[in-house]
Design a protein around this ligand. Structure first.
Ligand code: BV8
Length: 228
């Protein structure tokens, strides 16, 4: 770690699995009983907004009931101690990184505890439900949707992510299957920028061959070991 200054860490559903939040592609994964095109696309929302609002209302209450696990805690310790550049880019919509105390976190696919008004474009932290179409606290219109990046929509703050990847000396991927782009392509970008690449995952991901090193096991064990 001595010549490492700038670190980019990508996290996926696997880092929150041991906090009781379901992953997407496991046999009991979220997408199993909710076809992704129905609940995580703008077309699905237009077709059946009530179904989508219920899906995310459920996810929101699950997030509120969950607690950070040792993997989140270890990354928060690293974030506090690291005086070089560090960015935790998460695909997760939960707030467990922040609740563990991490500050340098970027939610590229949005946040479950946030509502977005499609009329006045305001965003509001939200812990209640949206299925009953509450009015937007800013403009009063009943036009709130989950502040989530759905398939076919552009992920958030991509310019900041690419800038950090271009400066990275080390890219670490934790708990992600590497099935969804553009996140699944970050390891290539980091490698081209000359970064060392490390994967910490329960099983090899679709992009494993891009990593210099892959360590297999539960995040709650692998991440504290790597940070210490
Ligand atoms: C299916 C896939 C092929 N499709 C895509 O990638 C699409 C289309 C596409 C774009 N470019 C491409 C290139 C090639 C092919 C397709 C595409 N991408 C998009 O649509 C993206 C947007 C994608 C974002 C969609 N939203 C999500 N989430 C929010 C919703 C929600 O959360 O409900 S994606 C969602 O699924 C993905 C799930 O992946 P993981 O997090 O990895 O979870 P998964 O269950 O798959 O795996 C868990 C892993 O953890 C491991 N694990 C389990 N337990 C543990 C444990 N305990 N410890 C350690 N590891 C563990 C497991 O082994 C496993 O490997 C995450 O990104 C997650 O955020 N948008 C876009 O490209 O916009 C374009 C654009 C360009 C210009 C202008 C306008 C638009």
């Amino acid at each position: 770690m001595n010549d490492i200054r700038n670190i980019v860490i990508l996290t996926g559903a696997g880092i929150s699995a041991e906090s009781g939040l379901r992953t997407f592609r496991a046999e009991d994964g979220l997408w199993e009983d909710h076809p992704v095109e129905e609940v995580a696309t703008p077309q699905g929302f237009r077709r059946d907004p009530d179904l989508v609002q219920r899906f995310y209302d459920e996810r929101r209450s699950g997030i509120l009931a969950a607690q950070p696990n040792p993997a989140h805690d270890a990354l928060a310790r690293l974030d506090r101690a690291w005086d070089g550049e560090l960015l935790i880019v998460t695909q997760n919509i939960d707030d467990l990184h922040e609740r563990a105390g991490a500050a340098r976190v970027l939610h590229m696919h949005g946040e479950g505890l946030s509502a977005w008004c499609t009329v006045c474009d305001a965003r509001h932290s939200w812990t209640g439900t949206l299925r009953d179409n509450p009015p937007c606290p800013s403009c009063g219109q009943a036009a709130l949707r989950p502040d989530i990046v759905w398939f076919g929509e552009m992920p958030y703050r991509m310019d900041e992510i690419f800038a950090a990847l271009s400066r990275a000396d080390l890219f670490v991927s934790i708990g992600t299957s590497g099935a969804v782009y553009p996140a699944a392509g970050f390891v290539q970008g980091a490698k081209e920028a000359g970064a060392a690449t490390l994967e910490l995952n329960l099983e090899r991901s679709q992009g494993s061959h891009w990593f210099d090193e892959t360590r297999l096991g539960p995040a709650s064990m692998l991440v504290p070991q790597w940070v210490e």
